[in-house]
Design a protein around this ligand. Sequence first.
Ligand SMILES: Cc1ncc(COP(=O)(O)O)c(C=O)c1O
Length: 396
Amino acid sequence: MKPETRKTFSEVAALEERFQLATYKKMPIVAERGEGVWLYASNGEKYLDLYGGHAVAGTGHSHPHVVAAIREQAGKLLFYSNLVYSDARARASEHLVSVAPAELTKAFFCNSGTEANENAMRLARLTTGRENVITFSGGFHGRTADAISATFLGKYRELGKPNVPGHLAAEFGDIESVRALADEKVAAIMLEPIQSMAGVRTAPTEFFRELRTLCNERGIVLIYDEVQTGVGRTGSWFFAGSEASGGVVPDVITLAKALGSGIPVGACLVNERISAGIKENDLGTTFGGGMVAMAAVNATLEVIENDGLLANVRTVEAHLRRRIREVPQVAAVYGRGFLLGLEFQENAAPVHQSLLERKIITGTSSDPKVLRLLPPLCLAASEVDLFVAKLKEALS
Ligand SMILES: Cc1ncc(COP(=O)(O)O)c(C=O)c1O
C-alpha cells in the first residue's frame, strides 16, 4: 500500500476552496478527530469545542458507545427504506417516544432540521385543512422553501424568494401580536422556544401558556422547533413540557442536530390529534429512518441516560453562570442549559477571533454583540474554568 502523505493546512484548504462552493467562512482548522469536548486538528493542535459543530455533538465527539453502535449496524445492513420493518427503527422510535412528554406518542424520521419543519407544517395543514403558518421575527427554521419562508431573520427569507405564500410573522414573546394574526386560515404556530441564531432570545413562561391556550381555542397546531433545544440541550430532554415552558406540550416537536450525534437525522414527534389523521403516503422520505441513523439515535439516547448528561448540563450551566460573573465585559447571559448567549458590551467578533487563537471554539449569532455557546452535553466544570481563564486573557 502507498504510504499516506499528510497534507498541510494550506494544501487541504486550497483543495476545498478550488472544488467547493464558497458558502461558509471557515475557521483555519483541518478537523481530524474528536473526543468529548475536544476537537483535534491535523497539525496536532487541540481545541476546546464550545460550539459542537453547530450544536450537533451533544454526546461529545465520537462517543465510543455511539461509534460502536454505528459500526455494528453498518456491518449488518447499511440501509433499507421504510418499506420494511427494522429492529433498529423500532428501538429508536420506542426510545425517543419514551423520553418525550407523554402526549407525544409517535415519531416520523427524516434527515435534517429543515425537513423536520417542512413535514411538521405539512402535518398541520393536513390536520386542519388550513394553509397559513405563523412564525416569529428572529426565528430560524431552515433553508428549504417552506422553512426559509417561515424564517423571519435577517437575509434568510430574501434568499428563499419566491417565498411560499401564507407565512405570517408575529413578535416573539408578544401574545397580542399572535392573536391579531391567528384567524381561521391559520394551520400552525411554529416557534423556536429559545431563538438561538437571533442571539439566544427567551420568552417568559406565560407566553408559552398563552400560546397553548390560543391554539386550543382556535384549533391551531402548535409546533416547537426543537432542532437546537431538543435532545438534552437545555438540561431536560426537550424544552416542551419543561419548567421553562410552564409544562406546556405542543402538538408537534421537531428535532435534528444532536439527535444522531453527527449522523444526519431529523424527526417530528406528534400527539394523537395529529397521528389520527395521517394516512399512508401523506409523508415520505427515502433515507429517513435508515438503519445506521436509527442505531445512532438509539445510542445517543443511551449515552445521555447512562452518562447522566441532563444533570451534568444543569450543574455545569450553574457553574458557568457563576464563573462568568468574574468577567465584567459580559453584560448578560441569555438562554438555558448549554444553549447560552454571552452578550458583550461591544461587537463580539474580535472576542470570537481572539478565543479561537487561544484554541477555544465559540459561535457567533445574528446579534453582533452575542457569542453563542452550544457545547457537548458532557462539558465539565474544569473545562468551563479553562474557558473563563482564556476569555479573561482574550479580553485583556
Ligand atoms: C432552530 C433550527 N431549526 C432548523 C434548522 C435547520 O436545520 P438543518 O440545518 O439540519 O436543516 C436549524 C439549523 O441551524 C435550527 O437552528
